[in-house]
Design a protein around this ligand. Structure first.
Ligand code: ARG
Length: 271
């Protein structure tokens, strides 16, 4: 290699090194710039929920505006407030919630979510924040006919797609399932004689039978392994999981959750 060749190779290396440094510097700068850019706009936390589920989460006209309310929403607001973040709510089909969470489109799922082994594998789950039992809803005339779980054998049962109630119904011998996206659609199926019964959370059943004429809760009580509700967080996001559990502990110790449940139940049963 002649002298010029050596020089240009030397320059090339120098340029390369400088560029390398520059890039690192730029990365740092852009990260810093990103942070400062974000500082003035408020931090947000996006909640995914299926707002068909009074008193947990449901639509209500408040002050002339369609609003998503419910005790899960109250809890979400507290989590956001404790984080100093603004709450963004996305109303999604229940069966899509955990996928949306894993793909990062939402930050947390609060949707009357029951902890199951399968779900625990896919996402992280918070501590239990509330407990309730399952109920069976039928037409008034069928109340005595479906008084035990055994009588549901071979019946047409409406359930929410992707819910634990769908699994419960699958376990009933000969049951014919209709799996739908929204609880209100199942209620309509019941009213129009397309299904005989529906399995849903007790508080949800109570709210619907209060508002829908001709439907009642039977004495049949479906058994579930874990009757509590949890919040779903993307797998590995321990920072948010810790924050969520911290807020839940605070709300529990202040007796707030029972307060929220009572208020939301009243709101869901009012016209
Ligand atoms: N607890 C049941 C489950 O986790 C049903 C939840 C449905 N939630 C809703 N917002 N529709 O499978």
């Amino acid at each position: 290699m002649n002298k010029w060749g050596k020089i240009s190779l030397g320059m090339l290396l120098t340029v390369g090194l400088l560029t390398g440094c520059g890039q690192n510097k730029n990365d740092n700068n852009s990260a810093a710039a990103g942070n400062t850019d974000k500082a003035p706009t408020t931090k947000t936390i996006t909640l995914g929920t299926s707002a068909d589920f009074p008193p947990y989460e449901f639509h209500k006209v408040v002050g002339g505006n369609d609003t998503i309310v419910g005790f899960d929403i109250d809890i979400a607001k507290d989590i956001a407030a404790d984080m100093g973040a603004e709450l963004v709510i996305k109303d999604l089909p229940f069966e899509s919630l955990l996928n949306e969470l894993s793909s990062g489109k939402i930050d947390m799922v609060i949707s009357g979510l029951s902890p199951t082994e399968e779900r625990r594998k896919a996402v992280d789950l918070s501590d239990i924040y509330y407990k309730a039992q399952q109920a069976v809803v039928v037409r008034e005339a069928d109340k005595d006919k479906f008084a035990t779980m055994d009588t549901l054998k071979g019946a047409k049962i409406g359930v929410q797609a992707g819910s634990i109630q769908e699994d419960i119904a699958k376990g009933i011998e000969g049951a014919q399932l209709t799996s739908l996206t929204k609880i209100s659609e199942i209620v309509l199926q019941l009213q129009t004689n397309r299904v005989d019964a529906s399995i849903m959370e007790g508080p949800v059943a109570k709210s619907f039978v209060k508002n829908v004429k001709g439907l009642v809760i039977t004495d049949a009580t479906p058994e579930v392994e874990d009757d509590g509700y949890v919040i779903g967080i993307k797998k590995g996001n321990t920072e948010l999981l810790d924050q969520v559990n911290k807020t839940l502990t605070r709300l529990n110790s202040e007796g707030k959750i029972d307060e929220y449940v009572a208020a939301a139940s009243e709101l869901s049963e009012s016209k």
